[in-house]
Design a protein around this ligand. Structure first.
Ligand SMILES: C[S@@+](CC[C@H](N)C(=O)[O-])C[C@H]1O[C@@H](n2cnc3c(N)ncnc32)[C@H](O)[C@@H]1O
Length: 218
């Protein structure tokens, strides 16, 4: 087996970001506002290179119907919505009115608010309100980590064959190798094992941002 691997130094990470399509001024404003208004929570936002990855993937797959679990102030939803066609639809799930009020403003500013429906409340319950038919083209999971198995259980049957499921933070800064009693890290370790054993999908863990699992429904 080939054992090629790469550890990104800070400099190499900067190079990766510098040689990827940058955030546009609107998305940069959103990042800056999030750090200014919510400095303790802002690290929850996806990385800039993940934002462009989401938009490209949405376009490559010709996504029309997308679902996001964990919206926060809106960077990932903005990235997905911008990759959708005019009549595409993104349903976002989050529990926080405060965080998502920021997202709503940026969806308006970006001209994509018409494509997005926000559903507030505990996502494990609210996901069950989605039609049971497999109509979702793309799902992005990025909410509370202990909830991942429940979100996965609701989402996988609803994704069409050939559709994609992205799951964020699946490397936890490398701590998946030694979760050492941390409940959130352990939850991700359990989720990664569960996903790998799931025959309904083929998947790869990408070392992008904090680790993104890209799964394709068989
Ligand atoms: C990591 S942040 C999402 C970051 C977002 N994807 C972005 O790019 O900015 C996690 C979000 O999950 C939400 N959340 C936490 N527990 C939840 C639950 N049980 N149901 C729905 N949303 C939840 C939080 O309110 C928070 O906004």
């Amino acid at each position: 087996m080939s054992r090629k691997s790469l550890t990104l130094s800070a400099e190499l990470h900067e190079y990766v970001v510098a040689h990827s399509t940058p955030l546009d001024p609107l998305a940069r404003d959103l990042v800056e506002e999030t750090w200014a208004a919510l400095p303790r929570q802002a690290g929850m936002q996806i990385a800039p290179e993940q934002s462009v990855f989401l938009t490209i993937l949405t376009r490559l797959l010709g996504v029309r119907r997308a679902v996001e679990v964990g919206t926060f102030t809106g960077l990932s939803s903005l990235a997905i919505a911008r990759g959708l066609p005019e009549d595409g639809q993104l349903i976002c799930f989050d529990i926080s009115e405060q965080y998502t009020s920021v997202a709503r403003r940026y969806w308006e500013r970006a001209g994509v608010a018409e494509r997005i429906e926000l559903r507030l409340g505990a996502a494990a319950q609210r996901l069950r309100e989605l039609p049971e038919e497999p109509t979702i083209d793309l799902a992005f999971i990025d909410a509370d980590k202990p909830g991942y198995p429940a979100y996965w259980a609701e989402i996988v049957p609803r994704v069409r064959r050939g559709g994609a499921i992205l799951v964020d933070n699946t490397l936890r800064g490398g701590r998946v190798l030694d979760p050492a009693g941390d409940e959130t890290d352990s939850a991700i370790v359990r989720f990664n094992d569960l996903a790998r054993e799931d025959d309904r999908v083929e998947l790869v863990v990408l070392p992008l941002g904090d680790g993104v699992t890209l799964a394709r429904k068989r």
